[in-house]
Design a binder for this molecule. Sequence first.
Ligand code: C5P
Length: 404
Amino acid sequence: MSYAALSGKKIILGITGSIAAYKAAALTRLLVREGAVVKVIMTPSATNFISPLTLSTLSRHEVQTQVMEEGSWNNHVALGLWADCMLIAPLTANTLSSMAAGACDNLLLAVYLSARCPVFVAPAMDEDMWHHPSTNRNLSRISADGVKIIPVGHGELASGLTGEGRMAEPEDITAFLQQFFAEGQSLKGKKVLITAGPTYEPLDPVRFIGNRSSGKMGLSLAEAAMARGAAVTVVLGPVHLPETKSGPEVIRVGTAVEMFHAVEAHFGEADIIIFAAAVADYRPEMPAEQKIKRKGDELMVRLVPNPDIAAQMGQRKNYRQLTIGFALETENELQHARDKMAKKNLDMIVLNSLRDPGAGFESDTNKITIIPAGNKAEEYQLKSKSAVAEDIWNSILQHFGDRL
Ligand code: C5P
């Protein structure tokens, strides 16, 4: 980890009204010691738990609490734009629910809504509040909005009970931010090319042979690579493209042959190429020009093989380029995946087994095993596709970082 990762970083520290607010003093001191420029915003109720004077002294900046203060207006938009990141620690259940709902009745919430930078939260609440379904719902919602949630700790709580819900310690919060900013540089200057989604092979003007790939895994990989500083191009089959914050360059294609040509055109300049598309192996040799009419009992369609994009690029790659593929297997998974890696000259293959519930095509989660060429397989737990994407990038950098 780079310990200079926070040097010069502009951080808005938002403090809400929880007992854990006393830890915000130590947190401010740590962030400042790491070289960060910290401006503190408090919700009005946070000032009942810790004095703004303590925090303004430690942060060396005036603390702000209200949109209107002594006849002047605090410019929340400017504050949101100034920051490299916003950290809300502690985050109460109340502010969490306001964030999830998009409410805006104090300065902290107004800055949150205006911020274009990454936002981190360190929740702090009693165990029952932490496990309440509404807390879970609100956390899922802000997480889907892109907020990064720093895991809570286990231990003594303000209620006197012991359990889950303690705010992470200031050292852990600082380490979390350091890791994020260090990772933010890990693919800087690199060009990444990703295939994603299905291909549709026309039978006639209205029908096609396709598959259920959602493109989510490839798009999650693209988003994670952008967050690490890479320039990313996605060659995307016919799926709905969700709004992403970072927005990679997207080249839309329909068929495997179109995907092949688009990959060919961008392959030469790419450092890392990930084949996450579910490409149809065959296509109808002669798609009908008009809609096929029902006649007789049988319809014979002659299929011809599509180009194997990963295999062909595997032949063309130079010694610096990394190619990574996926394998979806139903039996003897590890062996089949290794064979595929060799046949396509891949540097790494990511295996998802159809035997694992929640893994694969249409779900938002995936359970993978990563096999780097010449190394032993690494098995991972069932996770969201964006968390899986982080694991894949971490593994790529760990095994091949020195080649990049
Ligand atoms: O051979 P199989 O389809 O199982 O291989 C899967 C891997 O190869 C995936 O990474 C997929 O994106 C890639 N592939 C490809 N072109 C094809 C078929 C598969 O790039 N025609």
